[in-house]
Design a protein around this ligand. Structure first.
Ligand code: DLL
Length: 433
């Protein structure tokens, strides 16, 4: 029998499009009436809510950006009266003022359902024990997985980030079967487990990892699965649109289903801002169809991906987006070449003697900027033999050059010497900015 949580996953496509259109028309009228910035921008473009007759008409509407949330901080984009708001989430980002997202009870309900649908898709049931290691508080990771986990009926362990030894102790003592954390924090948990002689297959009941909040590669997923025997699932989302659970991986296609009945996706060319057809890569844009505290119309995420044109073999009708490899604002330009940290990660993971712990450091000089990649050598590969180390350095150099086209300075460092993270990791130190 089809799980009630998942009933909309398989909605016939015409029904889904009709549902989206009805919700979009309602949302645009609501936003136009209540949010001054949106109304002003629509008026400037000469577009009125009644002009939204088909889903394609969404392209007539203005975009929203993170800078709008900052400029209108704290409550300028809030569309509901405070009596209807039940929770705030904020995101600090790397620069400037935070953004603030007030949520209504209904917003939290829709978001929890979206997370629960991801969990159901991963094969997680009420028999599972879910350790939530994402941060609780203003960040959406902890409370998002918590409410979604409870909605799914899991036994939730709300431990939050940090204290890795205790994480491992409770994981074993409580028979945890699923863990939700950033992939970089799971690497840290794997390090500590290895130091303590804990074998995931032998000593724990862990079966699922729910990883997201930062880009991670297919190579990293395979490595985690190989070493621990768990199934590594991808979960995507962002504070502005709700939090984790906007999309999740089904395992049949190498991508993530977007819960389109709640979050309407578009891909645009980030230069011309024109919509791109399914299949083409560009910037992901979302319209929240069911959010009334802080609705977002055509919100530019800065995440780069594409929507697969074909239906997924799993039978779900919602579109699949390719895994997010990068954000447009994470792109580094070095010696005129575009470089994404995920390319460096993929290159490093192709060399078995190094760990997936690395840092990219860019240092300006009077002539060319220096690109340095610091990477940890595996315990087993650690050696005092200068020739062996030099040969390994050359292999890493070649792997990076092959994938990125750039000649980098490779610095091999001792195991466990680079900083670890309990949340999102900072992999790039750009001394030019
Ligand atoms: O990171 C929400 C979240 C929490 C998602 C827990 C998944 C799990 P923000 O802090 O607002 O919200 O950051 C959102 O993180 O625009 C992406 O650039 C990146 N991101 C999130 N999930 C993934 C993922 C949360 N699965 C920003 N793969 C997004 C790649 C991701 N990048």
């Amino acid at each position: 029998m089809l799980d009630l949580i998942s009933k909309n996953d398989f909605m016939p496509i015409e029904e889904l499009r009709a549902l989206q259109l009805g919700k979009l028309q309602k949302l645009v009228a609501y936003e136009y009436e209540r949010v001054a910035l949106f109304r002003r921008r629509c008026d400037e473009k000469g577009v009125k809510p009644r002009d939204i007759v088909t889903l394609k008409d969404i392209a007539k509407l203005p975009f929203m950006m993170k800078s709008d949330l900052r400029d209108e901080y704290p409550l300028g984009l809030t569309a509901s009266p405070m009596k209807d708001i039940v929770r705030f989430h904020c995101s600090s980002g790397t620069t400037g003022k935070p953004i603030c997202i007030p949520n209504t009870k209904g917003d939290i309900e829709v978001w929890s359902e979206a997370v629960a649908r991801c969990l159901a898709m991963y094969g997680i049931t009420e028999d599972d024990v879910l350790q939530v290691t994402y941060g609780y508080g203003l960040f959406t990771g902890g409370l998002g997985l918590h409410y979604g986990g409870e909605k799914r009926g899991c036994a939730v362990l709300p431990i939050g980030g940090g204290n890795t030894e205790k994480q491992l102790m409770l994981m074993r003592d409580l028979g945890v079967t699923a863990i939700a954390c950033t992939p970089s924090y799971f690497l840290r948990i794997m390090d500590v487990a290895r130091q303590q002689g804990i074998d995931f297959r032998r000593d724990t009941k862990l079966k699922h990892g729910i990883f997201g909040a930062e880009p991670w590669t297919d190579e990293m997923r395979e490595k985690i699965q190989d070493i621990t025997g768990i199934k590594a699932h991808d979960i995507y989302g962002l504070t502005e649109i709700s939090g984790p659970g906007v999309a999740g991986s089904c395992g049949k296609s190498n991508g993530l289903h977007i819960w389109e009945d709640h979050y309407y996706p578009e891909i645009i060319d980030p230069e011309t801002l024109e919509p791109l057809p399914d299949g083409e890569e560009g910037e992901l844009v979302f319209t929240t169809l069911d959010r009334f505290g802080t609705p977002m119309v055509r919100y530019r995420t800065r995440d780069l991906t594409r929507l697969y044109p074909e239906m997924c073999a799993c039978g779900r009708t919602s579109r699949v987006m390719a895994r997010i490899k990068a954000r447009s604002d994470d792109m580094l330009i070095i010696h005129g070449v575009n470089l994404f940290p995920s390319q460096v990660e993929a290159a490093l993971l192709s060399v078995p003697e190094v760990e997936p712990h690395y840092q990219i450091v860019i240092t300006p000089t009077d002539t060319l900027d220096i690109l340095e990649i610091k990477v940890e050598i595996k315990h087993e590969a650690f050696s005092d033999n200068v020739r062996e180390v030099e040969a390994l350095r050359k292999r890493v150099f070649d792997a990076v050059k092959n994938i990125t086209g750039l000649g980098a300075k490779i610095t091999l460092v001792e195991p466990l010497s680079l900083p670890r993270s309990e949340g999102k990791i900072k992999r790039v130190i750009d001394n030019r900015v």
